[in-house]
Design a protein around this ligand. Structure first.
Ligand code: PLP
Length: 408
């Protein structure tokens, strides 16, 4: 007997379980297309050249100490992070920025803040979305209802914008929150058009819904970090009925992917408020949440990101690094598409070329995904999401052939 006998047994996290299954799979042709982690042309984790240089300088600095960071986080990270998201679009707005334990921590902090003070009845998540959105909100507050809003249309492999807007207009209530993927939507690889973004902004403003941008892939939609911030910046600069936008919203920013700093857990939460007082209150409450949960943020990764973004030469290198990653992903998309269409593989594959970021939906059922894994040792998520990051020149033909064999 143990006190813990009453603790429910929790199944393994799906993504981590698949990564582990792939790791111990001894088959020589195995291909891991599950994680949203950029791999290079040898399927190895890539350390960005900009990050390598900043890291070397930090490690060589004998004066570096390990003093605790201020409560809001490492100041140079916060200024650079804010600039990267908003640039100069914040005129007349007040903003609180806090360093977080990567994007997950930023999502968690905003859920905690809203749960304790604004108390949304419902949080709306796109269908489909990153699995952890649900977990985070369930963990923070199981009393807040979670509902899907229509997003991906499996028929067109695009967004069903009309269904998205009409569902929210008809069913969302004032005070609800909505999670929006700022760019390079996970898992679909499809983003709203500028017109749809404006429709979403209008709907949020009219209905009084609080938008939470999840910005985990800045730089992976177009290869350019500024372009990829355009939806967020639109929410700060847009005008409605001749007046400047009054939307208040949050941005959960991650540096895991665009700096390849997955293990360092660097991120930030930004909350845009209408008034100085509102922003100050948010700051106080975020400090309290942070004190209770983490006391202070880790500094090493934050110093790397800050060093890159504050140095024009390193920043130019980083922009080049983003282009390098995107270029390789684009090339792999093309090769996979060619491999599938050359074989006349049943299914629609054109979207593989036009999708953006790390992911595409293959349209494979969970059963077919299981066959792909068991017979061919090719690993996708059960919902059919394929992470392009795991494709290489050496395995892309094998993947195309395996998919063909499974669906023919
Ligand atoms: N948001 C989305 C949509 C993601 O896909 C991820 C990671 O996969 C994250 C947030 C958070 O990642 P991290 O906590 O590593 O920054």
């Amino acid at each position: 007997m143990s006190l813990f006998d009453q603790v429910p047994t929790v199944p393994l996290d799906g993504t981590f379980a698949l990564m582990e299954a792939c790791r111990v799979d001894a088959h020589e042709l195995k291909v891991n297309l599950t994680p949203g982690i950029y791999r290079d042309e040898n399927a190895k984790t890539w350390v960005l050249p900009s990050v390598k240089q900043a890291r070397a300088a930090l490690l060589a600095d004998q004066s570096l100490n390990h003093d605790i960071s201020p409560q809001l986080g490492y100041p140079q990270l916060l200024s650079a992070a804010r600039q990267l998201v908003f640039k100069d679009t914040l005129d007349g707005r007040f903003i609180t920025s806090m360093q977080t334990i990567s994007g997950t921590g930023a999502n968690h902090f905003i859920a905690s803040l809203l749960s304790s003070h604004l108390r949304p009845r419902t949080v709306w998540v796109p269908n489909p979305t990153w699995d952890n959105h649900r977990e985070i909100w369930r963990h923070v507050d199981p009393g807040i209802e979670q509902r899907n809003y229509p997003y991906y249309d499996h028929e067109t492999c695009g967004i069903d914008g009309d269904a998205l807007l009409s569902t929210l207009k008809e069913q969302a209530n004032t005070g609800d929150a909505i999670i929006l993927h700022a760019c390079a939507h996970n898992p679909t690889g499809v983003d709203p058009s500028p017109e749809l973004w404006e429709g979403i902004a209008q709907m949020c403003e009219e209905k009084g819904i609080f938008p939470i941008f999840d910005l985990a892939y800045q730089g992976f939609a177009t290869g350019d970090a500024d372009n990829d911030a355009s939806a967020v910046r639109h929410f700060t600069t847009r005008s409605s009925s001749g007046n400047s936008s009054t939307l208040e919203f949050a941005v959960a920013q991650s540096f895991s992917k665009n700096f390849g700093l997955y293990s360092e857990r660097v991120g930030a939460l930004h909350v845009v408020a209408r008034t100085r007082d509102g922003a100050a209150r948010v700051e106080g409450m975020l400090k309290r949440i942070s004190r209770a949960e983490i006391t202070s943020t880790p500094a090493f990764g934050a110093r790397i990101v800050a060093a890159v973004l504050h140095d024009p030469v390193l920043k130019a290198q980083w922009r080049q690094d983003l282009r390098t990653m995107n270029g390789r992903l684009g090339d792999m998309r093309k090769r996979l598409y060619d491999g599938l269409t050359r074989r006349n593989t049943p299914g629609s594959w054109g979207h593989i070329l036009t999708d953006i970021g790390m992911f595409s939906m293959t349209g494979l059922s969970p059963e077919k995904v299981a066959v792909l894994k068991d017979r061919f040792h090719v690993y996708l998520l059960p919902n059919g999401r394929l992470s392009v990051t795991g494709l290489t020149e050496g395995n892309v033909e094998y993947v195309a052939e395996s998919i063909y064999q499974v669906v023919k």
